[in-house]
Design a protein around this ligand. Structure first.
Ligand code: SF4
Length: 425
């Protein structure tokens, strides 16, 4: 018997927020055996493409129709006290259907938007935000400042594809035409090989951002302590840019950033947009997390923490996340992959009846009332996903034949709709 081999190209990778759409995948006998170009995060994310295909009720195997009926009964019974959580690895189409369920159920909605990313979103709502697409960065950025982050590990192709190496329409020399400023904040290091390196103690970080902003605005400053003189030099380099880009990590890491970092960077970029042009690039994780924020924003006007209890969307950013499932919530619907849930969230969900629909639902770290496994957006499921710069891109799955998350959520929506209609007549 000969093994069936196929090369699928180009595939869109959701391994990180770069959402590279030029990935080639080799499939042999229904398994992914090679991913090119080389990217360790992509290789881990694609794996061999195998996912569980179970349907469980209270941990025991069940028929899909019975599981959907049970899920609908639980959710409609709790209407007005439901939390819908948009976890990663869903297409935008599936996220939109989950949101429609939340609307019907008058639920609270939240997503896997991390605390650091939320801090940036909330600061942007207060101040506005100058940002850019990754294509614009590639084509225009001649000075790049990395604030306490080296994208190489978590976003392996960010530098080679967008920010540093490629030739751009306004930066024909590629890396030679770009100046790099690497700001190290404590242990959080910027990339090596920068033209200017600035080392800051974490306690000086916000002061350094203030000094840089004041320098850019042309404010007179008293003589600076040695710890902040590098920050003033970096501001001078930014002022020499035709197009400066500041890059920061917007996802959780071992090193918790100062809660005012995002706001300080946003304010600095705004100040730079007087004397020159500048943009802030926020590094975001994969799994279409940014898509959840986009869907929420276009449907409700808010990117996270939306409450439909009043019959219309209200913004409640102070009660965010799965921790809120403990307060007045009597049922939870998780749409997406639960793999990234922390111990606290899992413990909370172990106490509240929960329906999980998404990739690896049957492997949730708590016993769900109903768990329905589906394929992974981008590996088994087509649709749209959003890049870290909020650009929508089509997904071209290399594998097929798995249960669709969008289709399963659509089926649940139909049953929930029916039940609610019956209840009201
Ligand atoms: S950089 Fe990110 S999106 Fe691009 S191939 Fe690697 S993991 Fe996938």
């Amino acid at each position: 018997m000969t093994a069936s081999r196929a090369k699928v190209e180009p595939v869109t990778c959701l391994g990180c927020g770069c959402v590279c759409d030029d990935v080639n995948v080799q499939v042999s006998d229904g398994r992914i055996v090679a991913v090119t170009p080389e990217c360790p995060v992509a290789r881990t994310w694609f794996g061999d493409g195998s996912v569980p295909e179970r349907v469980l009720r209270d941990g025991a195997a069940a028929e899909l129709s019975d599981a959907l009926t049970e899920a609908a009964a639980l959710l409609t019974h709790s209407a007005g006290r439901v939390l819908v959580y948009l976890a990663p690895e869903l297409s935008t189409q599936a996220q939109r259907t989950a949101l429609a369920l939340a609307d019907l159920l008058r639920a609270r909605v939240d997503s896997a938007t991390s605390e650091p990313a939320a801090a940036g979103l909330l600061a942007a709502q207060r101040r506005g935000r100058a940002t850019a697409t990754l294509g614009e960065i590639r084509n225009r950025a001649d000075v790049l400042l990395f604030w306490g982050v080296d994208p190489t590990t978590r976003y392996p192709r960010y530098l080679s594809r967008y920010a540093l190496d490629p030739e751009g329409s306004h930066v024909p020399g590629g890396r030679r035409g770009r100046k790099v400023i690497s700001v190290h904040v404590g242990e959080a290091r910027g990339p090596a090989g920068a033209e200017l390196e600035v080392t800051l103690d974490p306690a000086d970080e916000i002061g350094a951002l203030s000094v840089m902003r004041a320098t850019v605005l042309g404010n007179a400053l008293d003589p600076l302590p040695p710890a902040l003189q590098g920050a003033a030099r970096a501001a001078g380099e930014l002022l020499s840019a035709r197009y400066a880009v500041l890059v920061h990590e917007a996802e959780p890491s071992r090193l918790t950033p100062d809660p005012f970092r995002a706001e300080g960077l946003i304010a600095l970029v705004q100040a730079l947009n007087g004397p020159t042009r500048a943009a802030l690039s926020s590094l975001r994780a994969g799994g279409n997390r940014s898509g959840a924020e986009s869907v929420l924003t276009w449907q409700t006007g808010y990117p996270l923490a939306v409450d439909f209890a009043a019959g219309f969307p209200r913004y409640t950013p102070s009660t965010r996340g799965l921790a809120s499932a403990g307060a007045g919530v009597t049922a939870v619907l998780i749409a997406g992959n639960t793999a990234g849930l922390g111990a606290d969230a899992s413990a909370t969900l172990g106490r509240v009846p929960t329906v999980v629909i998404g990739p690896r639902a049957s492997e949730a770290p708590f016993t769900a009332r109903v768990a329905i496994d589906t394929g992974v957006a981008g590996i088994h499921e087509a649709g749209i996903a959003y890049r870290m710069d909020e650009m929508p891109l089509p997904l071209r799955p290399p594998l097929s034949g798995r249960r669709s998350a969008a289709g399963t959520l659509e089926a649940l929506l139909t049953v929930v709709h029916q039940r609610l209609r019956e209840r009201s007549t």
